[in-house]
Design a protein around this ligand. Structure first.
Ligand SMILES: NC(=O)C1=CN([C@@H]2O[C@H](COP(=O)(O)OP(=O)(O)OC[C@H]3O[C@@H](n4cnc5c(N)ncnc54)[C@H](OP(=O)(O)O)[C@@H]3O)[C@@H](O)[C@H]2O)C=CC1
Ligand SMILES: Nc1nc(=O)c2c([nH]1)NC[C@@H]1CN(c3ccc(C(=O)N[C@@H](CCC(=O)O)C(=O)O)cc3)C=[N+]21
Length: 294
């Protein structure tokens, strides 16, 4: 079989970001993204830095609130309340995971749903599952953008999503359903995972286990989206390197596949900035919530 087509993320992200920049330039003032992170987890620091840099590159305002790991929940909620009330702030992102003394649920409920550029507020989650998406979680939005850009069909496809987290698996399943795929959502309690994944025309894997998906679990010709980002030892010079949830040999079976790194990750960031512009457009009265996304 011919090796799978590689669905490269960076060119797709650039295409989305050029549209983001054009939409931002049409607004009366630049959309502004406020990002909050607690503590100094190296991955979080690096992701937030990447988002901040890309935001500026496309003409968005951006500010990072780097708070100590020990910040009390009440203080974090007070900051969110200030950002909610500030008309100059279009979008708010609180980087996850949060330290154990802070309730993720309390924080996500506190963000104004119209500024919720992660799409994690229960109001936006509900709209997504009702098929009326407004601010869509960034990784699922990025995956759909990637599929559309590479001309891969979604409607009518048998889609299997492995992983049911609130930030990736669940909203991806909801979005694929809104786009008329026939969706199965698999997880750690799924019996005979391989039998389920082999049914997929479109397989999305968001688990966090290196090389969980092996070639015999994939239907020949399927499209495989590898969301996993795992840091494993044994990279060049003995350093850790990044690898996905999908075994590299799957490229010999699949019809199309996303690499890690350089696949879904860059689209996640681009989708966040697209959401920031969407939020700013809604706040400027230029867009009706619910009239988007499909
Ligand atoms: N590229 C990007 O932009 C992003 C990448 N990621 C990466 O994606 C991966 C997943 O992240 P996230 O969703 O936050 O992870 P979570 O740990 O929150 O969720 C993992 C999910 O995988 C399921 N799972 C665990 N083991 C198995 C198994 N053996 N078989 C089937 N399902 C299993 C779990 O099932 P159960 O619910 O039953 O426990 C759970 O639903 C990570 O590697 C993360 O780094 C995350 C966000 C963005
Ligand atoms: N509130 C919140 N919103 C998020 O969207 C969110 C979050 N919290 N917490 C953590 C996860 C993870 N995430 C990624 C974003 C970009 C890359 C990315 O750009 N990855 C590059 C490589 C990056 C590297 O080299 O480490 C790539 O795949 O090519 C990865 C992962 C967003 N998340």
């Amino acid at each position: 079989m011919t090796p799978a087509r590689v669905l490269a993320g960076p060119p797709a992200a650039d295409a989305l970001l050029s549209d983001v920049a054009a939409r931002a330039a049409r607004l009366p003032r630049p959309p502004h993204l406020a990002m909050v992170r607690l503590g100094d987890d190296p991955a979080s620091v690096s992701y937030v830095r990447g988002k901040d840099r890309r935001a500026r590159e496309v003409g968005l305002g951006s500010a990072v609130y780097a708070l100590p790991e020990t910040t009390p929940q009440a203080e974090l909620l007070a900051l969110i309340a200030r950002l909610n009330a500030d008309d100059a702030v279009s979008g708010i992102l609180v980087q996850l995971p949060l330290p154990a003394h802070v309730s993720e649920q309390a924080v996500l409920h506190a963000i104004d749903p119209r500024k919720d550029v992660d799409g994690f507020h229960p109001l936006n989650v509900g709209e997504l599952w009702a098929g009326r998406p407004t601010l869509i979680p960034c990784t699922p939005a990025g995956i759909l953008y990637l599929l559309d850009l590479y001309g891969l069909p979604v409607a009518g496809q048998r889609a299997v999503v492995v992983g049911r987290s609130p930030i990736v698996g669940r909203p991806t399943a909801a979005l694929l359903l809104a786009r008329d795929a026939t969706v199965t959502l698999a997880h750690s309690r799924t019996r005979d995972l391989g039998a389920v994944t082999r049914e997929a025309d479109l397989l999305v894997v968001a688990v966090g286990q290196p090389h969980l998906i092996t070639p015999e679990m994939v239907r020949p010709g399927a499209t495989v989206i590898d969301v996993g980002i795992n840091r494993v030892p044994g990279g060049p010079g003995g350093k850790a390197h990044l690898t996905g949830d999908v075994h590299p040999d799957v490229a010999g079976v699949a019809g199309a596949i996303t690499p890690v790194p350089g696949g879904v990750g860059p689209l996640t960031i681009a989708a966040l900035l697209a959401n920031t512009v969407t939020a700013a457009e809604m706040q400027a009265g230029r867009r009706v919530p619910g009239a988007s996304a499909r």
